[in-house]
Design a protein around this ligand. Sequence first.
Ligand SMILES: NC(=O)c1ccc[n+]([C@@H]2O[C@H](COP(=O)([O-])OP(=O)(O)OC[C@H]3O[C@@H](n4cnc5c(N)ncnc54)[C@H](O)[C@@H]3O)[C@@H](O)[C@H]2O)c1
Length: 341
Amino acid sequence: MRVLLTGHQGYLGTVMAPVLAAAGHEVVGLDAGLFADCVLGPPPADAPGQRVDLRDVTAEHVAGVDAVIHLAALSNDPLGSLAPELTYDINHHASVRLARLARDAGVRRFLYASTCSVYGAAGGGGLVAEDAPLRPVTPYAESKVRVEDDLHVLADGDFSPVFMRNATAFGYSPRLRADIVLNNLVGHALLTGEVLVLSDGTPWRPLVHAADIARAFTAALTAPREAVHDQAFNIGSEINNVTVAEIAEQVAEAVPGAKVVITAETGADPRSYRVDFSRFRAAIPGFDCEWTVKRGALELADAYRKHGLTREDFEQRFTRLAVLRAASDTGAVDDTLRWRR
Ligand SMILES: NC(=O)c1ccc[n+]([C@@H]2O[C@H](COP(=O)([O-])OP(=O)(O)OC[C@H]3O[C@@H](n4cnc5c(N)ncnc54)[C@H](O)[C@@H]3O)[C@@H](O)[C@H]2O)c1
């Protein structure tokens, strides 16, 4: 398949592009490149792609494409809260426009990177399946719900949107992120000797490795239409339904000498949910996640040591909010996060 991969220069896109290529697909990238330089280790060999803002996409960008994998977004809760209107412009309106253009161009499958954050304040009781009520608690999560709603209306006999509700990602990517929980805790532990938990450690955080997300999308791309058409899927594994305190314990085991410190200073976190991932396994027989939290913590600790993670990189280069603030302060981007040059 010829696959348009938006966000190919992001944390997940940088891992997914080679997995798609290895499965025999032709990958064409599209990304504004907001974090293109946030690299830990050797620079990745990006798929051929264009530096285009999602808000400027035209019919030309989807011409001749068999499928779209849409990852590009302002991609986490703190970013969304920084600029809610921008989050809705980019994550919601521009995504729906892209989907319409894709449908008009005859693209048959559209894999949308949604999130388990759509369940928001679901509570820590039973497992949350795809038909649970959606209770987003941030503009980021709300933007994902709105896209799912609008793409569902576009679904027809020729156009199959698929809503991939990823758990929170972890693991090494050449374009690293330190603002997601496991990557953050491992980095902090290595740099300071403390596994620092600012919440009280009780919230549930379903996790999934970036490489398992890449494998899930690759499988969904070629699955029989009836198995995935217009459906939502939680992407992850029940064994990685863990509390923040449990994640911290795994990190302490992966980083010898590190001590868990739970400060509870951020108070109660309403985002807490345990997730049922069985629908995707039923749709894609044989699929399961390969990575545990423990193995991911060891992988990250090795990568951080090997590539010489510094405190400055950890706090600036690999923290998306800091990267965007710096780009704005230096005038590299305008107040709508468009490049000035
Ligand atoms: N990483 C996670 O834990 C996680 C979990 C659930 C869902 N997701 C979703 O998966 C997708 C990819 O996440 P990620 O972790 O790789 O995020 P990321 O921030 O690393 O990458 C997002 C990419 O989108 C690009 N982008 C942002 N605004 C753009 C615009 N206006 N035009 C063009 N490109 C733009 C950025 O330059 C970046 O390369 C996102 O949609 C995210 O919401 C991620």
